[in-house]
Design a protein around this ligand. Structure first.
Ligand code: ADP
Ligand code: MG
Length: 229
């Protein structure tokens, strides 16, 4: 089973003439850890938005776990994302007034499947936070009061809870210094491996690619050259 299979994908932002993405073919195997890099403005986040079903391509198919999400209704795409994809955003998108622990538990409130796969959700959340090295005294603090490094760990635990088959991370380390970035990536890779999840990790900094199964440049799969001068 492939985690992701893109065929002849074309995407153009509304009211833009230039095509942003033109990807004839891109696959990720189940459980594979892929590092995708490329310059700022190249379309990396746009691609991730399409994978998350936030936008729909002009042409082509996006198969995730064997389902073509471009053929689903908006509601079904939202359902699919909640059930099968763990997202880590660049700005983390934590709810600042909720505790670290409650942020991690959120996917289990949106998805019965994630809740069932988490087992005892509270135990799963504390186990993930422990594995990701978040000190227990931070678990009950509002997320908005945590350091950037702590918020990043909460965001990773939230993506991992309930064992989604696909993890997508959009430049989640750009706010940290290099040694801390590598530590975080190694923790994330270890957890993804333990859960058997495919990981698509996006960064503009290809020095971080060392411990992934595969490294690719967006420009190698994307025929549209949208990088601004
Ligand atoms: P990256 O994540 O690689 O830095 P993005 O996917 O954010 O690149 O952006 C790729 C291109 O898509 C940008 O050059 C920009 O022109 C266009 N773009 C991004 N977001 C929007 C938007 N909300 N509306 C219109 N165009 C956008
Ligand atoms: Mg981006």
């Amino acid at each position: 089973m492939t985690a992701l299979s893109i065929v002849n994908l074309v995407y153009r932002w509304p009211r833009q003439q230039a095509v942003c993405l033109d990807i004839p073919r891109f696959d990720i195997a189940a459980g594979e850890h892929v590092f995708l890099h490329g310059p700022s403005g190249g379309g990396k986040s746009t691609l991730l938005g399409l994978l998350g079903g936030v936008a729909v391509p002009e042409r082509g198919s996006i198969e995730l776990l064997g389902s073509d999400i471009t053929r689903l209704s908006g509601h079904s795409r939202d359902r699919f994302r909640a059930d099968h994809i763990g997202f880590i955003f660049q700005q983390f998108n934590l709810l600042p007034w909720l505790s670290a622990l409650d942020n991690v538990l959120l996917p289990c409130t949106f998805s019965a499947r994630r809740l069932a796969r988490a087992g005892t959700a509270h135990e799963a959340a504390t186990r993930l936070l422990t594995h990701l090295d978040l000190a227990a005294d931070a678990w009950h603090k509002p997320a908005g009061e945590l350091s950037v490094g702590q918020q990043q760990r909460v965001a990773a635990a939230r993506a991992l809870i309930g064992r989604p088959e696909i993890l997508i991370a959009d430049e989640p380390t750009s706010a940290l210094d290099a040694p801390r970035q590598q530590i975080f990536i190694d923790l994330l890779l270890a957890e993804a491996k333990a859960e058997g999840a495919a990981l698509l990790f996006v960064s503009h900094d290809e020095r971080l690619a060392a411990h992934f199964d595969r490294k690719i440049a967006l420009c190698d799969i994307n025929r549209a050259g949208t990088v601004e001068p």
